[in-house]
Structures are given as C-alpha cells and as structure tokens.
Write a protein that binds this ligand. Sequence first.
Ligand SMILES: Cc1cc2nc3c(=O)[nH]c(=O)nc-3n(C[C@H](O)[C@H](O)[C@H](O)COP(=O)(O)OP(=O)(O)OC[C@H]3O[C@@H](n4cnc5c(N)ncnc54)[C@H](O)[C@@H]3O)c2cc1C
Length: 421
Amino acid sequence: MPHSPSPHPSGFDAVIVGAGLAGLTMAVALKQAHAGHLKVALVDARLGQAFKPSGRAYALAAGVCQMLDALDIWPDLAGHVQPITKMVITDSRLNEPVRPIFLTFDTPDTTAGVTEGSYATMVEQDALWQALERKARAVGVMMLSAEVVDHQSHPHQVAVTLDDGTLLQAKILIACDGAQSPIRKRAGIAMIARDYDQSGIVTTVRHERPHDGVAEEHFLPSGPFATLPLTGNRSSIVWTERTGRVKTYLSMSNEELVEEIEQRFGLKRGRLTMLDRPKAFPLRIGMARRFIGPRLALVGDAAHLIHPIAGQGLNLGLRDVAALAELISDAVGLGLDCGSATVLEDYEQARRFDTVLMAGLTDALNRLFSNDITPLRLLRNLGLGLVDRMPRLKSRLIREASAVNQQMPKLLRGEPLDGKV
Ligand SMILES: Cc1cc2nc3c(=O)[nH]c(=O)nc-3n(C[C@H](O)[C@H](O)[C@H](O)COP(=O)(O)OP(=O)(O)OC[C@H]3O[C@@H](n4cnc5c(N)ncnc54)[C@H](O)[C@@H]3O)c2cc1C
C-alpha cells in the first residue's frame, strides 16, 4: 500500500532544505528577524548524526564577516579566525627555484570592526558550522533530521515531503541542498555546467615560523596553489591539480606529500608538518538557468558553482542569504506573502548579475593562469606587474573583494534585519 504522508501540525513561513553553511545562516537570519515570529524549519539528515570534523577553512570577505557579526555568530568564533593581512601572488613553473612576486595586496585601513581592517578573514568551517547550529537551535529554528523526498508547489503554499513521511507546508521553500540539489532537479531547473578537469586538494599544515597573516597564491601550470593563514603557525592549503594526477598524490605517504607541498610552498616558514590527510574536490563551473521556481528559491551551491581560485564560492552563497533574508523580512514587515512571485523575482534580479560576474571572472582567471603558454605567461606577468604599480586600482579591487558597499543588503553592512531579537 502506498505510504500516505502525515501533515506536520503547523504551517511554516519558510522551509529550508540543507544544513550546510548557507542553509544554517539562512535559518538563523530569518528566525532573528521580526522578533522570532517567523516559523522556520531546517531539514537535513546530518542534523541527527554525530558531528564529523572537516578540517576545512574558508576565506570570508569582510562583508560576510560583518553579516556573521550582525547575526551574533562572530563572538563564538574566537580562536578560530585569522585575518589576512597581505596577499602575495606569484606566477612560475613548478621546477623554478624562486617564485617571483608579481602582485601584493596589503590590508587596507579603511574598513574596521570584526575584520580588523582586513578584506578577508580565514574562518574554520567546523567552528562556524557548530556556532551556526547552536544559534539556530537557540533562536528556535525547528531542526528536522530527515531527507526531503518530494515537493509540490501550489498557488498559496508549497508542500514538502520528508523521508519519514512527514508533510511540511510553507509559504516558501529555500533550497540550500548543495551542488547536486535534488530540489533543483525535481523542479526541472537545468544547470549549465562544465568540468574543469581540475580538483582542489585541501589539507592543513603546521610550519615552524609564523605566517604573519600572509596568504599566498602561486599560479602554476596545473592550477593555483594557495596557502591561507590559520591561527597559530598553521596554514590551509588549497592545491589545484589536473584530476588525472590527483589519485597519485592522494595515495602518497604524508612524508612524500609534504615534499610535494614544500616544492610549491618553499621553506620560508621552515619545515612543514601535515596535520590532516588531504581530501580532493572535483572542480566545476555551473549556473542554474533560474534561481527561482514557484514558491522556490535556490541558494548557495544549489544555484551556482565557481572555481575556488578566488575563494568566493561560499561568499556568493552567503550573499544570496543576505539578499533573500532581507526581501522575505521586508515582505513580512509589510504584511505581504513572503513566497510570492514578486519576492522571488526580486531575489533573482538581485543575485543574477553578481553571480554571473564572479563565475565569469574566476573562469577567466583560471583559463589565463592554469597553463604554460609562453606568450600568455608574458602577457599576464606584464598585467600583474602593472596592477601592482597602480595603488588606486588595487584599492578598488580590494573594496570589491571585501563586498562592503552601501548598495549591499543590510546584513552585509553589519546591520540587523528589522525586528531582530
Ligand atoms: C577546494 C575548494 C575550496 C573552497 N574554498 C572556498 C573559500 O575559501 N571561500 C569560499 O567562499 N568558498 C570556498 N569554496 C566553496 C564552498 O566550499 C561552497 O560554496 C560551500 O561549501 C557551499 O555551501 P552550501 O551550504 O551551499 O552547500 P553544502 O555545503 O553542499 O550543503 C548542502 C547540504 O544539503 C544537504 N542536502 C542535500 N540533499 C538533501 C535533501 N534531499 N534533503 C535534506 N538535505 C539535503 C546536504 O546534506 C548538505 O548538508 C571552496 C570549494 C572548494 C571545492
């Protein structure tokens, strides 16, 4: 006999699917608006499972850090954040004995507050995820440990079926269910995507000497090799390689891998020790044809995938969160339907340009730098050298990377949404 879903007793304003960093932040933002009056559910099977450390870290732009502060998450991250004081960019071949510096970005002193004037801050994923999860529970998000298996949009609500048979009803369904987004697929929204034939190998190393907050990105023919400062004498490594070679690196012993990393990183910070086994993530660029459907919004990797060359993927997703949370909060404040076509179309319009721009920019950077074609190498080194001697252009680039300006949604400016608890 077919299993008939049992309706959840209460209807929700928003059902969010996926408790990754985008989904959790969305849940906290909505629940904090309007003095906690919105009914918000967050669904993900991982919510009922034991916490699995990832060992990963993200470079978060200043605007996103301000948003985490406005949501009262930042104080919980003490000891897990490291401001980037300087970014150094080099371009060389793997076997070259020195990696000449072509471009540097120093910390501007024009912004301040939680980011200590830095345009980006390294934040450890596990601490961030746990802080968001604690906050979501504390502010009263309904956390449901389940998988979503179906959803049906109707004129006035959306019905969401969970794998335990529960039926949730909401005004808006927010899909934060990641790159493979089952909700996006079920809604028939195509994603235009292309594999890079590159994978990002991620690990953490300890070095003998301090990094002084300096992040480095070495453009090598197989892809960028980034060292990103963490607290203490530690750095997160994001090492892009051709996918065909990744298996060989992952099967190496820690000692062999350290040698490979030292060949790219150098010994300027002394000997390296690997602190966790590396993991590899195949890299893709992808853009959903629409970010919305009837009573449905796609957020984060469910809507877009970009190359990590500029460390912007999660930043984009959290900018989606800031835009959509404000539109929903404003609609509720005016007594309007928060899942209406108007709210959804405003969301798509607000996010489309930024996303396409960032996807195009990261794609172009990767094409320009991940190769060993001599004329291109000369051209890009000339270009980097020129930018390095143009302080005005550099400060503009820093401002853009910080994602702090007056046109940004309130949360990214560090302002709470209306009626925050
Ligand atoms: C090598 C590498 C380095 C990166 N570095 C950076 C960086 O420095 N800075 C940066 O900003 N970004 C970076 N990124 C990008 C960043 O990792 C992603 O953009 C971000 O993690 C996506 O978060 P998300 O919440 O959208 O999705 P996810 O983290 O994928 O979360 C999706 C969630 O949905 C849940 N889910 C899926 N299906 C269902 C279902 N049917 N029912 C219920 N739940 C479901 C899953 O369990 C999961 O918890 C990097 C990416 C890579 C690959």
